[in-house]
Design a protein around this ligand. Structure first.
Ligand code: ADP
Ligand code: ASP
Ligand code: MG
Length: 418
């Protein structure tokens, strides 16, 4: 008998009909003899609607209260799913994150899981019940409700899978798996059959919202295999696991994009040792997640420092920069919210030179201007203007042969420029 941890996202539980379909799927698994846990998200766009309600009343809501509010979305869907299972004559019990011992740090709105005390889940499974757990939420050791960041139900599911020792964590969503690019933007994107934690981490970190980055990180650290698949079919999806020789050896695995960040700049800041440490130290103290950083060449003893950070962190980042401009004697600070980041991800980059040059040439040919560049051993990211994001992603997907799965060299050998 296997222990199966499943997770159903917002679209998959968006209506009562869909909740009923999820209930049927879970019952079928239970009847086949498996112990079944289901982690669920809030219905449809409920989380967005709750964020909207908060903003109507308060431009900068206290994060503790935001977590109180947002955690209610998941509580609705767990109770409804448990009822749908009862209605079909089977036993189920729903639990909130705090009830099943999802313990986190105290960073409201993007808390990190520090412990999973899964005894309650195990007990209910032993009683033969289907266990329904609210995703996206946890508790601090002293009882404050926290949330795990947008998309955080994926992380709850992986954490529960690690906690109960499940062989696989099945993440059901509204696409068939992880694609070579967001299928909403690239019609010819292909489903990837299997991908390493390393590449999936880079894809998630650079905008492939299909899996939350923390979930992939948690899975890698605890050896949980993820199967990301469709809640509307039985087709096999994408397996995320440690790299092995059975995996597709693609040079480039995918093209990702992210429009959730903004660019901030401090102009004419004095250029002497300790300034960057002050700026980024203060941002970190205020829980601003800085992504890319660029410092311009110094002129007349001053310089410009630009960085990108999530728009969700923008009100805190603006507050910090306003203080720093005065404190450091800089000229001014600026913010640009109309940027996007496009990235190429692939383990083959380590051994294939010329990928960066190919990326820049592709963007140039598509008349896309590059603002900032950053790299990791298996990723190259460029910040561009948000209104060119679809053009850029489509051009890169085509140029790197991802549509038909051709490796880059084949394209090069056939005379096409990358
Ligand atoms: P859920 O509510 O099930 O958690 P999400 O909206 O968080 O679903 O994630 C699924 C969505 O992720 C898809 O509808 C798709 O548009 C988007 N997405 C972005 N990049 C990718 C990618 N590389 N592969 C698959 N889906 C992607
Ligand atoms: N409901 C939360 C969100 O919309 C968490 C999740 O769906 O994973 O981000
Ligand atoms: Mg999601």
């Amino acid at each position: 008998m296997a222990v199966v941890v499943t997770k159903f996202g917002g679209t998959s539980v968006g209506t009562t009909e869909r909740i009923r379909a999820v209930a049927e799927r879970l019952i079928a698994r239970r009847q086949a003899g498996d112990s079944v846990v289901a982690v669920v998200s809030a219905m449809g766009h409920v989380t967005d609607e709750l964020v909207d309600l908060a903003r109507q009343l308060c431009s900068d809501p206290p994060e503790r209260e935001m977590d109180m509010l947002l955690s209610t979305g998941e509580q609705v869907s767990i109770a409804l799913l448990a009822m749908a299972i009862h209605a079909q004559g089977h036993q189920a019990i729903s639990f909130t994150g705090p009830q099943v011992g999802i313990v986190t740090d105290a960073v409201h709105s993007k808390a990190k899981i520090t412990a999973v005390r899964a005894e309650r889940v195990k007990e209910a499974l032993e009683q033969g019940k289907i266990v329904i757990v609210a995703g996206f939420q946890g508790t601090t050791p002293d009882g404050q409700i926290t949330t795990l960041g947008r998309g955080g139900s994926d992380t709850t599911a992986v954490a529960i899978a690690a906690g109960v020792g499940a062989d696989v964590c099945e993440i059901y969503t509204d696409v068939d798996g992880v694609y070579t690019a967001d299928p909403r933007i690239v019609a010819g994107a292909r489903k990837i059959d299997s991908i390493s934690y390393e590449e999936m981490l880079e894809m998630a970190a650079s905008g492939a919202g299909v899996l939350q980055m923390r979930a992939v990180e948690f899975a890698r650290n605890h050896g949980v295999v993820i199967h990301c698949r469709s809640s509307f079919s039985d087709a096999p999806g994408t397996i995320v696991k440690e790299a092995d020789e059975t995996m597709e050896q693609a040079i480039i695995s995918g093209v990702t994009h992210d429009t959730s960040e903004a660019k901030l700049t401090i102009r004419d800041v004095p250029d002497h040792p300790g300034v960057a440490a002050t700026v980024f130290g203060r941002l970190a103290e205020n829980n601003v997640n800085v992504d890319m950083i660029i410092q311009n060449v110094s002129e007349d003893g001053t310089t410009d420092i630009s960085f990108t950070a999530p728009k969700d962190d923008l009100s805190r980042a603006k507050r910090v920069l306003a203080e720093l401009v005065d404190e450091l004697g800089a000229r001014e600070w600026l913010v640009d919210e109309s940027i996007a980041k496009v990235s190429l991800v692939g383990a083959g980059m380590k051994t294939h030179p010329g990928i960066a040059a190919g990326m820049f040439k592709t963007l140039a040919d598509a008349s896309v201007n590059i603002d900032l560049i950053s790299t990791s051993p298996i990723r190259i990211s460029c910040v561009i203007s948000a209104d060119q994001v679809a053009t850029a992603v489509q051009a890169l997907h085509r140029a790197f042969g991802l549509e038909d799965g051709l490796p880059v060299e084949v394209r090069l050998a056939s005379g096409e420029e990358v």
